[in-house]
Design a protein around this ligand. Sequence first.
Ligand SMILES: [Zn+2]
Length: 328
Amino acid sequence: MSRLYRLTLFSLAFVGLGFISYSCHRDIIALPSTDQSIAPSNAPSFGDSTESVTTEPLEDILINELPDDDYFHQQMRFWVDNFDYVPSTIPQFFQCQIQRNQITPPQWADLMQKTNWLKTHHDYKFDLADTYLLLHSELNQLAQPRDEIIDQIAHHLAPIPHTYRPASYPGAADDYCEDFVGRSDLFSYTDLRRIKLILSALTRPTTVNLLRQLLLEDMEDRASEVGGLCFLDNQEVRFQTYAPGLRGADNMYVESHQMLRDASLCISRWHCHADREKSFRLAGPGLDDLKFAKYYGTSLVIITYINARMMNIDFCTIQGEVVDLGNY
Ligand SMILES: [Zn+2]
């Protein structure tokens, strides 16, 4: 049993797997990050200090207490053995479970084949959020060289005007330029494919008109933001709206149970930021959105009202990297 596997099982058990908050979109529960949980226990501390920090092997004790037929044990084993993937938060574990229930045997075979192909050709590491995208991509589409996609995106974005969201405060997680050029190395191969698909959708007047309409609806609705999920229809991104699970404030969007389930197999989540007063100051994800993306293991498309004739679109990766996709 690998150390990564045991440690993650331990952190999952530690936070209590029996509970998941289906509807509390904004309440981000602070869990140890994956990076922390997989750090070797004898890893040196930061800086030049020669001191090393060690811990009692509590995970060994815990794993020995779990029977081999334990449900979580089996779930983890499936993902580790087939995809070299370890869920590290409760939402990711939930997503594992939904995908196990919904994906058919031929789809698993297809997914494994594409994942292995990408690993070999694009130095790819599987992520649960990619399952839907991979199942809906042809192998020849996944063969497009990474540099070629980067060039296409850069050329597409160059002539489009942009609106950058001001940082929450100096040094904050959102205190950086949302440019694509110069930061393209930060995006995984599947992120690049998502960006390309969304940019392609934004070339279609029907999509742009729909998003403008959704922003106006959000502006009128003082009890919730408007949001939903992106799916693919014949390689074209479709923005599907989901009614909020709970209503209560203008600047919140609470996902319904149905949306949370469906989000396990989609291209990305999306929601609107529509406020005439704040306008461009909301252009892109805020700190709460970045935390949400990371904890739920999801990418986000943020649609922002700039003025009566202009909206701004941002894409945010699971890691919280934001790229401004331009004004429309
Ligand atoms: Zn938001």
